[in-house]
Design a protein around this ligand. Structure first.
Ligand code: GDP
Ligand code: MG
Length: 694
């Protein structure tokens, strides 16, 4: 099955990984070749050795000494390394250069420095000086390997080498040594083929005296005149028996010496913390390469500058890795935000990406030069926030939209039934909307500490939201108010209809008093209905007086419409006719008249006609008998009608609206009526003639 296959593959790759690790540990690398070129492999080699993440938990040791003094042999014995050893049968010189190996089962990087005896061989001393600089800038312990018989040969090659070491050391650490916490190096003298006739103590004294002589003979810069050898170096001495003549002893002693390198509890443990050059393991390769470059170009080797350069390079690298990981995580959330979605828990996610990136950066970068580390950290934060801020702002914008949408929906829902308090509905929806926004906005804030400079402000968006909520609420209130005014108006029309019809039908002299009384009563009721309902609307006084004015205007217009309806040509002529007929065709008791020839038809006709014509001026204008009941439309209501129509419209003329029938209209109606009346007269005459004829 496929799972089986993939498990096999996994096991295989694990096995590969294991075995490669085991072989990688003993790999060696020539970091500087005989062309004095620095290798490009060191970074990956350190990684293959498994030391990349060791931080400061590693050590570097280098060996110095004449050609063929058994240096490589010693290192291989001490550290289980695999440096080339001269083949006895060929007696062929190994090439110049510096090799490096990881010590077996230890975090020690061991440097085998070859060709440091150019003096002896009469070659140029260029490489000797460069490799001394290079080794001192990076190693904690320098093993000085020499034959017993070389001790005391002050003019010998070793002494020249040591003089070089001291000189370059002054250049590197000259000013630094004062605090005694850094810039120190251990010189461990290993005396080979020690036969024992001269005890180690004597050899040590001789060597120390020689070293002091060399030190005193150095031409030191004036500000360093008083510096002692011990300000920069700790000296240690040990001797090893002859490798071939005392093979067992040799093995035993090298194992004891090994203890001083690998066992931290050993009282003679060589790697004291003050010797450490404080280069994090993941920066060693870059650091060494730069040192070598400086050395090669014969520039002044300024270690603080080197450390800062290293820090800049590494902090940039580490930051880039952290940023790449961060971007991977942030990427999937970009699209939803851009498409208008509110991403649930976005703040939590953003905080965690950011924290992870910074933790990752801090873990690796905090070991480097603090100034650089902090500066690059601020840069990283700025980059992180440059990605996060648009997400944050997008989220706020989407949140704003969503909350406003919910607000509108809630209001619509709340205003559905009959029984609701408008102000309650609006206030509840508003509170819900704003709370939701504030809660989610706070969640989306990434960092409100002083750490970053990004602006995680959501209050401004809230202000915008509140403004929009208010304008929606205002619009709703206006709509609601309109709805209510319309309902009240409909009701008004219904209520005014009957009393107006009744009063106008009668045509009594005080009919306008009745009409206006009914109008005033009904309007008063309508107004108080409005005001009692409007309290729940949170309307402003202005809005209320506007609504009341509108109500008054529309009430008046409704009344006028009703009056027009009741005084339209057909209705009005009909009314006149029936008024006339009641007087002409019926007697005082309401009994229909049967005209006889002797009856005064002409007189009755004239009287009824005149009485009827008197009605026309009564209807022509709304004019109550009792002047106290006369109604005048308030000015604000009049003003409303002004701006309701188009600009060319004449303003509402209330006085004109009191006129029901114009003069021409009145004449026209009178003429129409006269025709009807005349017909009735003719008919009455004819009826008497026919009754005589029978
Ligand atoms: P290097 O050039 O200093 O690295 O010296 P090598 O380790 O290549 O050794 C040079 C020669 O010295 C080899 O033939 C070794 O076998 C031999 N040798 C190594 N250690 C000793 C020692 O302690 N005493 C003696 N007499 N010879 C040694
Ligand atoms: Mg060698």
């Amino acid at each position: 099955t496929s799972t089986g296959a993939s498990t096999d593959a996994l096991v295989r790759s694990m096995a590969n990984g294991l075995s490669s690790k085991m072989t990688n540990a003993s790999e060696r690398v020539q970091i500087i070749n005989d062309q004095k070129e620095f290798t490009q492999e060191l970074t990956s080699q350190i990684e293959r050795w498994g030391l990349r993440d060791a931080g400061f938990d590693y050590n570097i040791v280098a060996v110095f000494g004449s050609q063929s003094t058994g240096k490589s042999t010693l290192l291989n014995r001490l550290f289980g390394t695999t440096f080339d050893v001269m083949d006895e049968t060929k007696r062929q010189q190994t090439t110049k250069g510096i090799w490096m190996c990881r010590g077996k089962d230890t975090n020690i990087m061991v440097m085998d420095v070859e060709g440091t005896d150019g003096r002896e061989r009469g070659e140029d001393q260029d490489f000797e000086r460069k490799s001394a600089l290079f080794s001192l800038a990076s190693s904690e312990v320098l093993i000085i390997n020499l034959w017993e018989h070389q001790v005391g040969l002050y003019q010998g090659a070793n002494m020249g080498l040591l003089k070089t070491v001291f000189e370059v050391n002054l250049g590197l650490f000259g000013k630094k040594a004062q605090d005694k916490t850094s810039g120190r190096t251990m010189l461990l003298f290993v005396i080979r083929d020690h036969i024992g006739t001269a005890p180690l103590a004597n050899l040590q004294t001789t060597l120390t005296l020689d070293l002091q002589k060399i030190w005193d003979s150095l031409s030191k810069p004036s500000e360093l005149q008083d510096r002692q050898l011990s300000d920069y170096f700790d000296l240690a001495f040990t001797a090893l028996p002859h490798k071939i003549l005392a093979a067992d002893q040799f093995e035993k002693e090298t194992q004891i010496l090994r203890g001083r390198f690998v066992d931290k509890t050993n009282s003679e443990f060589v790697f004291k913390p003050v010797y450490h050059k404080r280069i994090p393991a993941d920066g060693v390769a870059f650091y060494m390469e730069n040192i070598w470059e400086q050395v090669q170009s014969n520039k002044d080797l300024d270690l603080p500058t080197q450390q800062e350069l290293l820090a800049q390079f590494r902090c940039d690298e580490i930051s880039a890795v952290a940023l790449a990981e961060f971007n991977e995580q942030a990427k999937p959330q970009k699209r939803p935000i851009e498409s208008g979605k509110v991403v649930e828990g976005l703040g939590g996610m953003m905080r965690s990406w950011r924290t992870m990136a910074l933790e990752r950066y801090d873990r690796d970068a905090s070991r480097y030069h603090q100034g650089v580390y902090k500066r690059k950290r601020a840069d990283l934060i700025a980059s992180l926030d440059a990605t996060l801020t648009p997400l944050f702002l997008g989220q706020l914008k989407n949140l704003h939209k969503a909350c406003l949408g919910t607000f509108k929906k809630d209001i619509l829902e709340g205003l559905k039934g009959e029984e609701y308090n408008f102000a309650d509905v609006v206030n509840k929806a508003k509170a819900k909307c704003e709370n939701k926004f504030v809660e989610a906005a706070k969640e989306s804030v990434v960092d409100d500490s002083e750490e970053g400079k990004a602006d995680w402000n959501w209050e401004e968006e809230l202000v915008l939201l509140k403004e929009e909520v208010k304008s929606v609420a205002d619009q709703c209130r206006k709509d609601e108010t309109k709805k209510m005014v319309n309902a009240i108006e409909r009701n008004f029309k219904k209520q005014i209809s009957e009393p107006v019809e009744l009063a106008l039908n009668k045509g009594s002299p005080n009919m306008w008093d009745l009409v206006l009384k009914a109008f005033r009563d009904t309007l008063d009721k309508a107004e108080s209905t409005y005001l009692s309902k409007a309290t729940s609307f949170n309307c402003t006084d202005d809005e209320n007086s506007h609504s009341v004015a509108a109500l008054r205007l529309r009430a008046w217009q409704a009344l006028r419409a009703k009056i027009d309806e009741q005084t339209s040509d057909s209705v009005f002529v009909g009314r006149l006719r029936s008024h006339f007929e009641e007087r002409f065709r019926y007697d005082e008791q309401g009994v229909p008249r049967v005209w006889k020839p002797e009856d005064d038809i002409d007189g009755a006709f004239k009287k009824a006609k005149e009485q009827t014509l008197e009605l026309i001026p009564l209807y022509a204008k709304i004019a109550p008998v009792d002047s106290s009941i006369a109604y005048t439309l308030p000015l604000d209501a009049v003003a409303l009608s002004d701006n309701s129509g188009s600009a060319n419209d004449d303003p509402f003329d209330f006085e004109a609206s009191l006129v029901v029938l114009t003069e021409t209209k009145a004449l026209d109606l009178a003429a129409k009526f006269r025709k009807d009346a005349d017909l009735a007269y003719v008919e009455a005459k004819r009826s008497t003639v026919s009754s005589v004829a029978q």
